[in-house]
Design a protein around this ligand. Structure first.
Ligand code: PAF
Length: 330
C-alpha cells in the first residue's frame, strides 16, 4: 500500500467502487455517529447533511449512519474523531465538548438564553463563530451549531416545583462542569454519566432523574423510565456538527465547501425538528403518562436565585463581559 492510501485507510477513510448509472465510480465512505435514533433531531441533522453532500457530489461520498450511540458515548466518539481513528463526522451535544474545548462551556450557563431565537442569534453571531473557530486548535473541525432545545428535569421522586425539591435528588447530568456546578449549588446530588448508561441507571433506580430537552425526552421515550417531567427550561442545549481533521485535510477546497454547506443544511433541519418538539413535546409526554408541571417565570427566578453562587465561578472562567454581551444580544 503506498503511504497516501495507507494514511487514508488508517484514518478509516475508505473509497469504494460503486456501479452508478452505467459507469463505475469511486465513492468515499463517511461514517457519521450520533447519540439518538435516526428519527430524532440528531438523525434529522445527519440525514440533511448526508442528502446535500451525496446529491451535490453526484454520489462521490456515501454516508454510513451509526445512530443511538452505536459507536459509544459522546466523549469516546469525539476522542476517536480527534485522533482520526474513529468515524469521520459526528453530531454531538455541547455537554461533552467542554472537556475538549473549554470555551464552549459559556453556552452551558443556566438561564443565559431567553429563548431559542436569542440562542440562535448568539450562536450565528460573532460569539458563536469565535467559539467554532477555537475547535481547530484542538484537532476538531466544527462546521455548524445544531441544537437540542431547552433542558428540563425528569425524575421518579416528585414534581420539582421549588429549589428545595432538588435536595439530594440523584440527577444524572452530562459530563459537563458547568451543569454539575449548578446542580451542586442547588443542593441536588448530580451524577455525571455518559448517555448510554442513563436508561439502565434509571431502570435500576441507581439515579432518580436526568435532564434533557423535549426533543430527547420524546425521541428516547423517557416516559418508559420516568414519571415526572418538570418543564424548567433551566439551560439551553446546543449541539454541533463536526468532522475529523484527518478527513478534512483529505478534502479538496471544493469538497470542504460541500461539507460545510451540508452541515448548514443539517443545522437548519435540526432547528426545524426542535421547533416541532417544543410545540408538541409536552402533549406527547402527557399522552404517554408523564405527570407534567411547567415552571412559571417567578418559579424559574427562584431556581436562578438558588444557583446564584455558581455564577461567580462562571464569571471567573468565562469573563463577566462575555456573559453580559450574550445576555444583551437581541
Ligand atoms: O444528555 C445528553 O448526554 C445529551 O443531551 C444527549 C441525549 C446524548 C444528546 O446529545
Amino acid at each position: 500500500m503506498n503511504s497516501f492510501f495507507g494514511r487514508l485507510a488508517i484514518a478509516g477513510i475508505v473509497a469504494t467502487t460503486a456501479w452508478t448509472g452505467g459507469a463505475f465510480a469511486q465513492s468515499t465512505e463517511v461514517k457519521i455517529a450520533y447519540a439518538l435514533a435516526r428519527d430524532s433531531h440528531y438523525g434529522a441533522a445527519a440525514d440533511a447533511w448526508d442528502k446535500y453532500v451525496t446529491e451535490t457530489s453526484g454520489g462521490r461520498f456515501k454516508f454510513t449512519h451509526f445512530p443511538s450511540s452505536a459507536q459509544g458515548g459522546e466523549r469516546e466518539v469525539i476522542e476517536g474523531l480527534q485522533l482520526g481513528t474513529g468515524v469521520q463526522a459526528v453530531v454531538v451535544s455541547s455537554g461533552a465538548l467542554s472537556n475538549f474545548v473549554p470555551e464552549i462551556g459559556v453556552t452551558d450557563i443556566p438561564f443565559l438564553f431567553r429563548d431559542l431565537a436569542h440562542a440562535r442569534a448568539v450562536l450565528d453571531g460573532p460569539v458563536g463563530q469565535d467559539i467554532l473557530a477555537k475547535f481547530q486548535d484542538r484537532q476538531l473541525i466544527a462546521l455548524a451549531w445544531g441544537e437540542q432545545g431547552f433542558r428540563h428535569i425528569t425524575n421518579n421522586r416528585q414534581p420539582i416545583e421549588k429549589p428545595e425539591d432538588l435536595a439530594g435528588l440523584k440527577i444524572r447530568t452530562m459530563e459537563n462542569p458547568v451543569h454539575i456546578a449548578a446542580f451542586e449549588t442547588a443542593g441536588a446530588a448530580p451524577t455525571p454519566m455518559s448517555w448510554p448508561e442513563v436508561i439502565p441507571a434509571l431502570q435500576q433506580g441507581a439515579i432518580d432523574g436526568q435532564e434533557n430537552p423535549l426533543s430527547v425526552i420524546v425521541s428516547a421515550k423517557l416516559w418508559e423510565v420516568q414519571k415526572y417531567l418538570t418543564v424548567s427550561g433551566h439551560v439551553y442545549s446546543p449541539a454541533m456538527l463536526i468532522v475529523s481533521p484527518t478527513f478534512w485535510d483529505s478534502l479538496s477546497d471544493e469538497d470542504k465547501k460541500l461539507f460545510a454547506d451540508g452541515a448548514t443544511k443539517g443545522k437548519e433541519a435540526m432547528r426545524a425538528f426542535v421547533d416541532q418538539s417544543e410545540k408538541n413535546g409536552i402533549e406527547t409526554a402527557k399522552k404517554n403518562g408523564m405527570q407534567v408541571n411547567e415552571l412559571s417565570d417567578a418559579q424559574k427566578a427562584e431556581f436562578q436565585k438558588a444557583i446564584q453562587a455558581a455564577y461567580d465561578g462562571y464569571y471567573e472562567t468565562y469573563g463577566k463581559d462575555l456573559v453580559d454581551s450574550i445576555v444583551a444580544t437581541k
